[in-house]
Design a protein around this ligand. Structure first.
Ligand code: SF4
Length: 290
């Protein structure tokens, strides 16, 4: 199982690193077409899109920072997750050796890069069991620059006069994107985790980034918040790479968790234009009896 599965996963990593998803690419094209011909933002989008095209054509990473590897894995009930974890490690190491990934796992105490993308909690794994017979593996490659401009707020938050309500939530999201000022390689894709504890709020803010562009929250109130934030953030004028223009964010995705009565966290994960995520769905028989 390990061998065969690692081949599938290596291909998943290759696709995520080199082939931007069509919904993200379309959104970049639409954003470019909104800008004036020859303007700085138009030219920034044209460069990004040329880069996307070349990465796909030459099967090379679309950015020098190939990010941290975040795997979200759904398994049939009772299936052992250890063989999957091992297959992913084998694939990540091979992908690093073949330059599909940059070595991005550094020991924070010694400062030593493992050179393989393997380390303590690297790659990141999130396992879930579900009542189905197939396996779904979602991979997100999360760049360091965009990760650095993520933020967490605790409501109420006096500096923004943000109260413990959705109005306060929106103020925090706008503040986080305004503070980023194009750093993290705008235009960004904004993931918002509302509620939960500190950790789950951060996790949620990343998980919502797996949604397809245009896929609104199934909570009708949050779906409206997403649309409102999209319009407000795009009126900030920060634009691609901070060059100004009409598009500062490509998408806004919100999620919510119940919270402790005393806590109200709002967490923003910022994904750069290189919004790299791909999905692999396998049937057990695809790799069992290997
Ligand atoms: S933020 Fe994204 S696009 Fe910018 S350098 Fe990092 S991975 Fe690349």
């Amino acid at each position: 199982m390990k061998e065969k599965l690692s081949v599938f996963i290596l291909d998943l990593i290759k696709q995520a690193s080199t082939d931007l998803a069509p919904d993200v690419e379309k959104s970049l094209i639409d954003a470019m077409n909104k800008e004036e011909q020859g303007s700085m933002p138009q030219s920034a989008f044209a460069t990004i899109l040329e880069n996307v095209k070349m990465a796909r054509e030459y099967v090379t990473p679309m950015c020098q920072d190939t990010g941290s590897l975040l795997f979200y894995i759904h398994l049939p009930v009772g299936m052992d997750f250890e063989p999957i974890r091992n297959s992913i490690r084998i694939a990540a190491e091979k992908a690093t050796k073949t330059y599909l990934l940059r070595p991005n796992a550094v020991d924070p105490v010694t400062g030593k890069n493992s050179g393989t993308n393997i380390g303590l909690n690297a790659p990141f794994f999130h396992f879930y069991q579900w009542d189905r017979d197939d396996i779904r593996i979602d991979l997100m490659l999360k760049g360091g620059g965009s990760e650095n401009v993520g933020a967490q707020y605790k409501l109420p938050y006096a500096p923004l006069k943000a109260g413990r309500d959705l109005k306060g939530v929106k103020k925090c999201v706008i503040d986080a994107v305004y503070t980023a000022q194009g750093k993290g390689c705008a235009p960004g894709v904004i993931g918002v985790g509302i509620g939960g504890d500190r950790v789950s709020s951060y996790e949620l803010s990343k998980e919502v980034l797996l949604r397809k562009f245009g896929e609104r929250s199934d909570d009708p109130v949050l779906a409206e918040v997403e649309k409102e934030l999209y319009d407000k953030l795009n009126s900030l004028g920060i634009g691609p790479m901070g060059f100004g223009g009409k598009t500062t964010v490509l998408e806004v995705f919100c999620g919510k968790y119940h919270r402790h009565p005393a806590c109200f966290f709002v967490t923003i994960s910022y994904m750069c234009w290189a919004c790299r995520r791909k999905t692999l769905v396998l049937k057990r028989e695809d790799f069992e009896n290997d």
